[in-house]
Design a protein around this ligand. Structure first.
Ligand code: ASP
Length: 324
């Protein structure tokens, strides 16, 4: 193939512009899309990590909450954003369950995103409004089984972590409660505190302070072992629900086509942020911890996302839960 001199010069200057872009990056404010409402657990993790990353990147990271449909509205928006490094995205396990849950999606969870790295794995808690009648987990199970038809539980939409946990909990109990979807479990928590919904399964990053202040009732944590920040809360597994285990992993992404040098820069900033003593301390207070440096990488998140998509597909198919 023969190129004219003008075309060659143009190609060379385009390549140079690309390189200069990566060198200068970031030269303006970065937007982090959170696919849930403000005040919820994903928002809390995103703001905490975003603030620490911005110290390293020397540019501000602002959060944009784009809630709805279990995180798929925000994900779709990011998939259509410019791949210039100025839009990044924090999502959780829901990014891997959406392909099985949603028959129609406006984006591909794998092909429309660059992976930056894993961020944290967060335990969940089974909680209820303060005046819920059951005094412990055993009573809770008996009560739900006897009254399922008149009980409801809040979640952040189909495919959200709270939805998945609630679905697994109901299927373990063989009980069918009414679900009340929100744009995130931040607003769901407001209604739980006000006694307008009965139950919720949500991350410790949203429930810890409410549990400690006895503003809600907590019955169990969903990890294999207890959470150090909630030492009095037993696991669901130890209280009769053998093998019941859900933890919510979070990953950071950018739109497909974001230059590799930019993705690597973001991943480096993420790794630094996850070593920040303030981030470690705040996460510990909220019942979680940052992932290791090895997991906060593009390759680790890409592999994890693939494994999780493959793991959840058959489980969701078997449960027969779908969005329209
Ligand atoms: N983590 C919540 C969920 O998926 C949503 C949120 O962050 O508000 O249930």
């Amino acid at each position: 193939m023969k190129f004219s001199k003008t075309v060659l010069t143009l190609m060379m200057s385009l390549a140079a512009a690309g390189a200069a872009h990566a060198d200068d990056y970031p030269s303006k404010t970065i937007t982090m899309v959170i696919p849930f409402a403000a005040g919820g657990p994903t928002d809390t993790v995103g703001r905490l990590v975003g603030q620490a990353m911005s110290k390293e990147l020397k540019q501000q990271i602002i959060v944009e909450n784009v809630g709805g449909a279990g995180g798929t509205v925000g994900a779709g928006k990011v998939a259509r954003s410019a791949p210039d490094g100025y839009t990044i995205f924090l999502h959780h396990i829901g990014h891997s369950t959406a392909p099985a849950l949603y028959k129609k999606m406006s984006y591909s969870a794998t092909d429309d995103f660059e992976t930056i790295g894993l961020v944290t794995d967060v335990p969940m808690t089974i909680v209820a409004r303060k005046d819920f009648p059951a005094k412990d987990f055993k009573e809770l199970i008996t009560y739900i089984k006897a009254n399922a038809a008149k009980l409801n539980y809040a979640n952040a939409g189909l495919g959200s972590a709270s939805h998945l946990c609630g679905m697994l909990f109901m299927s373990a109990l063989e009980a069918d409660m009414t679900t009340v979807p929100y744009k995130g479990t931040g607003p769901a928590m407001t209604d739980l505190l006000a006694g307008q919904v009965d139950l919720m399964c949500d991350q410790t990053t949203n429930t810890t302070s409410q549990i400690k202040e006895s503003k809600i009732k907590a019955y169990a944590v969903t990890t294999k072992t207890k959470v150090p920040s909630l030492p009095d809360l037993p696991t669901a597994d130890s209280q009769g629900l053998k093998g019941f285990e859900v933890a919510v992993w979070h990953g950071m992404y950018a739109p497909k086509g974001t230059p590799k040098a930019v993705v690597d820069r973001l991943s480096g900033a993420l790794q630094t942020a996850l070593k920040d003593p303030d981030v470690i301390k705040r996460m510990a207070d909220l019942g979680t911890e940052p992932v290791s440096k090895e997991r906060a990488t593009p390759a680790a998140l890409r592999a994890h996302l693939r494994t999780e998509i493959d793991r959840w597909g058959p489980i969701i198919k078997k449960a027969g839960v779908y969005a329209d």
